[in-house]
Design a protein around this ligand. Structure first.
Ligand SMILES: [Zn+2]
Length: 401
């Protein structure tokens, strides 16, 4: 029978959590589809679907096609059965959102806030902003099922603690998840470029399992999706390409304390300093973008040179990691014509033909929303992982309302 034939497709025990994954990821499914997909008995599937419906996560949304008799009910994940709180905290500006359970924004705001104010000020503000956005979305604190937060520095992912973050004074070792304990839900914290990579992958590149997201803002960072998952490395430091050395010039001093880092020449902050030294009005990466867009020849030249330097580093990264797509975001990507010309020139010239022959280099489609989408997806994928759904159902998952 069909169940025998399909049994090999489900390697893990087909628990309610695994069935929820099938319902969340697949096209509309009926109980009969689940019997075929899992190889379980009709009665077992019935019990597990009932548990998912009782948990509020799955609902019946109409009728499938029938081969005679009563048409079977189609099952769907209930996107509205709770909300997610998401935050992308940047060096100087942040974006906060309340989303549904597939990451669609229900209420969202962006604000200028300096991360160097420290965890006390920033997280007080974040908590009150979450409260305001919940009210705006007409949802209650009780409906929150998970919280995802990105910060502009290295994070020990298992504990949600920043580790010696160069531009986040006062945050070293700070236990960010504990600050949101009153919500009694999982709180996930990661480096901002990792969540941007996840946001882009999830929204636009689900068929590309090997993706690099490059953020060119004040500094230069990189998030890596390997095999469809964030690659954090042994300590959570993977992808920190901004501190790869590209020059012996001892005057190029980086914020990390070393000399010659690519970020210290080609990052938006470094470009602004070089333009200011030439007498131009430039204090930040946004000023660099403004000047380059206005056609200032020095700004255009610098951005193009910056693209070439970044291309040197990316060519090495392409040889090492062989991504199928490089997505470039961050403020400086807003002058993509100049930046990308430099990047493409060097990457295609310097990477191995096999690594580069199908490589695409594109601008971030989500732009300054990549982080907030990724923060929400990070929380959603954790909360609704099969293991966590099974544990929650066993413990009597709360229903909303
Ligand atoms: Zn450095």
């Amino acid at each position: 029978m069909g169940g025998e034939r399909h049994r090999a497709q489900v390697t893990a025990l087909p628990t309610p959590g695994l069935m929820l994954r099938l319902i969340r990821e697949g096209s509309p499914v009926t109980r009969s589809d689940l019997i075929h997909l899992t190889g379980l008995a009709r009665s077992t599937v019935g019990q597990r679907v009932d548990a998912l419906i009782a948990s509020g996560l799955v609902k019946e949304v109409g009728e499938g096609s029938s081969t005679g008799g009563r048409p079977p009910a189609v099952l769907a994940f209930d996107h509205g059965a709770g909300v997610i709180l998401a935050a992308d905290l940047g060096a100087t500006h942040s974006r906060i959102a309340v989303t549904d359970l597939v990451g669609t924004s229900l209420a969202e705001t962006a604000a200028d806030l300096d991360i160097s104010e420290g965890p006390g000020v920033v997280l007080d503000w974040l908590e009150s902003t979450f409260d305001d956005l919940l009210s705006e979305a007409g949802r209650s604190k009780r409906e929150v099922r998970g919280i995802g937060i990105g910060v502009p520095g290295p994070v020990e992912f298992a504990t949600g603690r920043p580790v010696s973050p160069p531009i986040m004074p006062g945050w070293d070792g700070y236990p960010i998840p504990e600050r949101f304990e009153t919500f009694e839900v999982p709180v996930l914290v990661d480096n901002d470029v990792n969540i941007m990579a996840l946001g882009e992958y999830w929204s636009n590149w689900r068929d590309c399992e090997h993706l690099m997201f490059i953020k060119v803002g004040t500094g230069i960072g990189c998030g890596i999706m390997a095999g469809g998952a964030i690659h954090r490395g042994a300590e959570g430091a993977a992808g920190d390409i901004g501190h790869i050395r590209v020059t012996d010039d001892p005057t190029v001093v980086c914020s990390c304390g070393n000399v010659g880092c690519v970020e210290a020449i080609a990052g938006g902050g470094a470009l602004a300093r070089q333009l200011a030294d030439l007498g131009l009005d430039a204090a930040s990466s946004r000023d660099v973008v403004r000047l380059a867009r206005a056609g200032n020849p020095r700004a255009v030249h610098l951005v193009r040179e910056s693209g070439r330097l970044l291309g040197e580093v990316l060519a090495a990264a392409v040889n090492l990691f062989n991504p199928s797509v490089i997505v470039i975001g961050g403020d400086v990507s807003h002058v993509h014509e100049q930046l990308f010309a430099g990047v493409r020139e060097i990457v295609y010239q310097r990477s191995l033909p096999l690594a580069a022959r199908h490589l695409r280099i594109v601008r971030s489609d989500l732009d300054d929303r990549a982080g907030i989408v990724g923060a929400a997806i990070m929380a959603i994928e954790h909360v609704f992982s099969p293991e966590n759904v099974d544990a929650a159902i066993a413990a009597g998952m709360r229903t909303t309302g």
